[in-house]
Design a protein around this ligand. Sequence first.
Ligand code: RBZ
Ligand code: NIO
Length: 338
Amino acid sequence: MTHASFSDLATLRQACLSPCPADENAASTVAAREAILTKPAGSLGRLEELVAWLARWQRSATPTLDHVQCLVFAGNHGVVAQGVSAWPAEVTALMVDNFRHGGAAINQLARNAQAKLDVIALEDLRMTGDFTQVDAMTPEVFLRVVDAGFNAVDPHASLVCLGEMGIGNTTAAAAVALALFGDDAENWAGPGAGSDQAGIMRKISVLKAGIARHRNYLADPLEVARRLGGHELAAIMGAILAARKHNIPVLLDGFVCTAASAPLYTLHPDGLAHCRIAHCSAEPGHIRLAEALAQKPLLDLGLRLGEASGAALVVPLLRAALACHTGMHSFAEAGIAS
Ligand SMILES: Cc1cc2ncn([C@H]3O[C@H](COP(=O)(O)O)[C@@H](O)[C@H]3O)c2cc1C
Ligand SMILES: O=C(O)c1cccnc1
């Protein structure tokens, strides 16, 4: 039995508007040690910044990666009825089974990262409402899935990798991005899991119809998430809030995961400071979305999968960064005049 964390939208909004501050002391202790290690200053590039980021959000000058949790949320989307995915909605449940039997890409990548994989199927994989016709979620369902995401985070994790599975969710993600950041629907619509040009054109029409239908409510990022998003996207938002509360840094995966996180940034500019975008998805809107969140994705490998695959791939990189930081000798220890 999980406990309810957000009893109403006002409580959730308050949590989003008051993210706890970083531990800058831990980050500066790490930076001070970085400066005396046997290398030219700054020569490990972003690896140095990543160790400081871990320290800042774990609130420890000696960050660890002992307990890495990969958390994949699954949900189904009513908007699939509009022909926006190359795949039928049934594939969501089949992939959840595949995750449970160890057969998906994320099973291999999580094991490779020495991470625990938790898969949460939301609302028994019932569909959201088709956002061209109705709200994707009622306030009750929205709060329930945000809660499910919040409660899925292991409070003892050293790092959480977030990801998703949900046929049709690149359309929900694009709708959220379009509502929050504007621009043309064409710039947020991509092939997702393999839509052809005709499928992308349908997606663009669906995005425009969704924005038109909900236009009077889109100034509020929580309404954007509730009306246009999805169960797994809302759960990702809840997980990000929980991670902040439990001092856990977060790796966001690709386009869908980043779009899910975006309402927290528009509600508070510091709301995603404990999160890093792990990689730049091949989904064309992702780089634009990362820029809107003032982030630079860590890897760019042309992945377009989701499932937390890109996030899990960054874990070995973080282990490498930590190994240098903790294992290297100082100039004094090595007898090198600096
Ligand atoms: C077999 C399979 C495995 C997947 N794993 C992740 N996705 C990814 O593709 C889906 C989104 O694309 P769209 O919006 O075009 O439906 C999501 O489930 C996402 O996680 C998959 C998709 C498929 C088909
Ligand atoms: O980057 C993503 O999140 C993505 C891309 C394609 C399909 N599903 C997810």
